[in-house]
Design a protein around this ligand. Structure first.
Ligand code: 5GP
Ligand code: ZN
Length: 139
């Protein structure tokens, strides 16, 4: 189901214009309106899912498969050296549009794009093993 009041549902339905790269009955890819770098694109399912906690694995899998194709096209066109795939879930994680989307952000050396800058923490190997096992039990 799409939602009446969701920005990306409206873009998916073509009610709000976008610089469109790809359009199919299931997915749409378009350029971000405030790009982190030239060619910064978003892929959305047209169906509304709030985030990764709501989308089903098959849809997410097909969306990521499409991302591999679009990533190569963006790289070929922009000549970027690398690319970040970013996917935010929840306000605390930086999600501002609560309709599942994947960011494709072209990168070049010294481009000044502020991603991948988290503080690296420390781990205790016993605690890590216990945590991994606890998460594993929930799969
Ligand atoms: P988030 O922060 O939720 O991961 O990413 C939302 C993204 O949507 C932002 O990068 C923002 O620039 C982009 N965005 C917000 N409104 C629009 C819009 O109307 N059109 C397009 N093309 N992108 C948008
Ligand atoms: Zn939506």
């Amino acid at each position: 189901m799409t939602k009446d009041d969701c920005l990306f549902c409206k873009i998916g339905r073509g009610e709000i214009p976008s610089a469109t790269i790809y359009d199919s009955p299931e997915f749409k890819c378009f350029l971000d309106i405030s790009p982190a770098s030239r060619g910064h694109a978003l892929i959305i399912p047209k169906e509304h899912y709030d985030d990764i906690f709501h989308i089903d694995g098959d849809t997410a899998g097909r969306l990521f498969s499409l991302a591999t194709v679009i990533a190569r096209a963006i790289k070929d066109e922009t000549g970027c050296e690398g690319m970040n795939i970013v996917q935010n879930n929840g306000e605390c994680a930086g999600q501002t549009v609560h309709h599942f989307h994947l960011h494709l952000i072209p990168r070049d050396a010294d481009d000044g794009v502020g991603i991948s800058c988290w503080q690296q923490g420390e781990t205790d190997s016993e605690e890590s093993k216990a945590l991994a096992a606890a998460i594993k039990r929930r799969i």
